[in-house]
Design a protein around this ligand. Structure first.
Ligand code: ASP
Length: 309
């Protein structure tokens, strides 16, 4: 069985000056995650590695470079899920942690819970010896400038909401050589969000879902809309009903647009290695590796190819 790994660097407009860096970032993360699969590693290890790479990269709204909330602070959300057992772990509104995806994995593996939030997540991080970073270490100059520029947003005005985004949420899905699937998603959330606002990214079935019986999905876009339609699980249920991963994603994103006027994107794959990257926003940086080939894109219907050595 051949392994596949797909990553996204978030939906929305992605301005031209960040386009190249976004594409390079997702390509590097996809190759990093795929290297784990190539070495015989699990889908779970691969998605964590890919998302850690994206959290490290300040171009994206996750870990370093995260969006700031209404009081100018970083509050991070993340999920990871193992399709073998449906085990999942999540953290929300967590602070001072550079790699929330790894903290989410620790919640999955070291607690009896699925999600820890805010102070509890930070206390847990401290208890298991996660190295914390100073608040400002995760804040980039660009994000601080953009935050000052866009002090408010109106989610009803889609174009304006779209236009104020420079970079976004990250995620990965993978299937390994024994057919296990996994997903991971990580974000700083929506800029200027209320303190304590939790979006879709850390919520199981919304920002991500993975089940060996059907596939794995990681979502991005307007969190409140994604929550309302449980986007990741909606895509999975279309797959369960026999749709291809691409059709399932497009139908679900279309439904979210029609039903709650929400825009977004999703990467999805099946245990047999069928995969897709779909979005209803202007752009979404994504990359996928399969059979020695790196695929990537940013604009609608763009699908470029590079042979890997
Ligand atoms: N879905 C994320 C959130 O609402 C943001 C994004 O993906 O654009 O927190």
């Amino acid at each position: 069985m051949s392994s596949v790994l797909v990553v996204h660097g978030g939906a929305w407009a992605i301005p031209n000056d960040l386009a190249q860096a976004s594409v390079e970032g997702v390509k590097a993360a996809a190759c990093g995650g795929f290297a784990v699969l190539k070495a015989g590693g699990s889908a779970l290890d691969a998605v964590e590695t890919a998302v850690r790479g994206l959290e490290e990269n300040t171009v994206f709204n996750a870990g370093h470079g995260a969006a700031l909330n209404a009081v100018g602070e970083v509050e991070l959300d993340s999920i990871i899920m193992d399709g073998r057992t449906l085990a999942c772990g999540a953290v929300s509104s967590v602070k001072n942690v550079a790699h929330p995806v790894s903290l989410a994995r620790a919640v999955m593996e070291k607690t009896k819970h699925v999600m820890l939030t805010d102070r509890g997540a930070n206390l847990f991080a401290e208890r298991i010896g996660v190295v914390t970073v100073p608040t400002d270490a995760l804040v980039t100059e660009l994000e601080r400038e953009d935050w000052i520029k866009h002090k408010s947003f109106d989610t009803e005005v889609r174009e304006e909401f779209n236009a104020q985004w420079a970079h976004d949420t990250v995620g990965a899905v993978a299937v390994d050589c024994v057919g296990n699937v996994a997903c991971a998603t990580s974000t700083g959330g929506i800029r200027n969000k209320m303190v304590g606002r939790v979006g879709d990214s850390s919520v199981v079935g919304c920002g991500g879902y993975a089940d060996n019986l059907s596939g794995a999905v990681s979502c991005t876009g307007h969190g409140e809309s994604i929550l309302k339609v449980t986007l990741a699980r909606l895509i999975i249920s279309h797959i369960e009903q026999g749709k291809s991963v691409a059709e399932a994603s497009q139908l679900s994103l279309q439904y979210m647009g029609d039903r709650v006027k929400g825009a977004g994107g999703a990467i999805a794959l099946s245990p047999s290695g069928q995969w897709s990257a779909s979005f209803t926003t202007e752009r979404m940086a994504w990359a996928a590796v399969e059979d020695g080939v790196l695929w990537y894109g940013l604009q609608p219907n763009e699908r470029k190819k590079e042979q890997l050595s």
